[in-house]
Write a protein that binds this ligand. Structure first.
Ligand code: GLN
Length: 453
């Protein structure tokens, strides 16, 4: 196939199916066809690599020069970035063809895509169900075959949980592996971009293009990028997989538990040793995250003041009125909740009791993993405690919503890489298997995931 043919096929499917799914906020047809043409010309003279001419979509949190970037918010409904995010630049340089920008929870705050200003996304498998979030548009777009691959971001599970709920694969890289430049900030010490696709092999090609040093992100690590796809077939003999007992207790749906047990048996047959381990501070991950992430968000989101870019209220009386009305009209309820929590935990009187304490417990959570990786190569468990829930089911209870990330959040607090891959269906809804690796052990994760797949 030529890239023009592939790109036209994607655009056609989007046209046919997306009015129902709502996975895209923007479709950039003209730019896509021009990029596809360029990719075909490059291929005609023998240039280009694995991704040349492949259509992809970007989560609408990545800035794209000349194409609107909303971050799922009214605040940025009219925002066109003057530059590309590092990830966008890298994938463009690798020849990938962007067909559009995907729907997401507002500022990536959510686990169901229901906080988006542009409306919820439907799960392609069951149309009453959520796709997960916050990268729900990317997950649904890949699952419905609107595009073969998409980017996502993961601050507390936002690549892995929607990948699991939509039955696709997603990789959250080690913190610092992928540059955050041009990726709209939510909680900077946790945010990490990564790929979403149908297969683990596709993830390997994508992460190879996305990873690498970028001086514009001070936390981006200068370290060679492996050829991730090269080692993907290695046998699993000698591999030790740890099962944290805390990931199999109360709260895990029995149907999901059974599928994970079946996956354990398969990996055992493939040659892996299975070992029970403990991550004793696991139950503290959600409360610690909901102090640290809102604290960082309250600071990051202070830039949306109506003065510089994005939404501005009409006819402000004075500066104070402009700030106040711009922010009350531009942000949705979940974002406001986070800003209030974050401002509270950072305030002079409560800083020590909440923020400082959360930072201390964050270190303990990280140390649990470091200790576990002295005994095992990979940690395995469910990605989410249940399969996809129904639209509206958890919107009135934020705590229930936050608990959909109980198995994903600790990984972000520790800065580790993790992979979610499909492992069957519970009552017609996809279930994900999570593999957690040591720092920069993405190659190992992709190898195990690929062998399993
Ligand atoms: N669901 C979590 C939250 O609402 C994680 C979101 C994310 O990873 N961006 O904050």
């Amino acid at each position: 196939f030529t890239s023009i043919e592939l790109t036209r096929a994607c655009l056609e499917r989007i046209r046919r199916l997306d009015s129902k799914l709502n996975a895209f906020i923007t479709v950039s047809e003209e730019q896509a066809l021009a990029a596809a043409q360029a990719a075909d010309s490059a291929r005609a003279v023998g240039q280009g690599g694995a991704l040349t001419g492949i259509p992809i979509a970007h989560k609408d949190i990545f800035c794209t020069r000349g194409v609107k970037t909303t971050c799922g918010s009214r605040m940025l409904d009219n925002f066109i970035a003057p530059y590309d995010a590092h990830v966008v630049e890298r994938l463009k340089a690798a020849g990938a063809v962007m067909v559009g920008k995907t729907n997401m929870d507002e500022f990536a705050m959510g686990s169901s895509n229901e906080t988006s200003f542009f409306g919820p996304v439907r799960n392609p498998w069951v149309d009453t169900a959520v796709p997960g979030g916050s990268s729900g548009g990317s997950a649904a777009a890949v699952a419905a075959r609107l595009v073969p691959a998409a980017t996502g971001t993961d601050t507390g599970g936002s690549i892995r949980q929607p990948a699991a709920l939509c039955g696709i694969s997603g990789l959250k890289p080690t913190y610092g592996r992928v540059s955050r430049y041009g990726m709209i900030a939510f909680a900077s010490s946790l945010d990490q971009g990564g790929p979403m696709a149908r297969t683990v092999e596709d993830l390997a090609w994508l992460i190879e293009a996305m990873a690498g040093f970028d001086p514009r992100d001070s936390t981006c690590v200068e370290r060679p990028v492996p050829r991730y796809a090269a080692g993907i077939d290695a046998p699993l003999t000698g591999l030790t997989i740890g099962l944290p007992k805390e990931y199999f207790g109360e709260g895990l749906s029995p149907a999901v538990g059974d599928l994970i047990q079946a996956a354990i048996d398969v990996l055992h047959r493939l040659g892996a040793q299975i070992k029970e381990i403990s991550l004793p501070n696991s139950r503290l991950a959600v409360p610690v995250y909901y102090v640290i992430a809102p604290a960082e968000a309250s600071s990051n989101l202070s830039r949306y003041d109506g003065a510089r870019y994005g939404y501005r209220c009409s006819q402000p009386r004075d500066l104070e009125d402009m700030y106040e009305r711009t922010r009350s009209e531009g942000f949705g309820a979940e974002v406001k909740r986070r800003i209030m929590v974050g401002t509270y935990v950072l305030s002079a009187g409560y800083y020590d009791a909440y923020y400082l304490k959360a930072q201390q417990v964050r270190r303990m959570i990280r140390d649990d993993f470091i200790r576990a990786f002295e005994e095992v190569d990979v940690i395995m468990g469910p990605t989410a405690p249940t399969a996809a829930f129904d639209l509206g089911e958890k919107t009135s209870d934020p705590v229930q919503m936050y608990l959909s990330d109980i198995y994903t959040i600790a990984v972000n607090l520790a800065g580790l890489p993790a992979l979610s891959i499909p492992t069957g269906f519970a009552a017609g809804r996809p279930v994900g298997l999570q593999l957690i690796g040591n720092f920069f052990a993405e190659e190992r994760l992709l190898n195990v995931g690929h062998r399993y797949q």
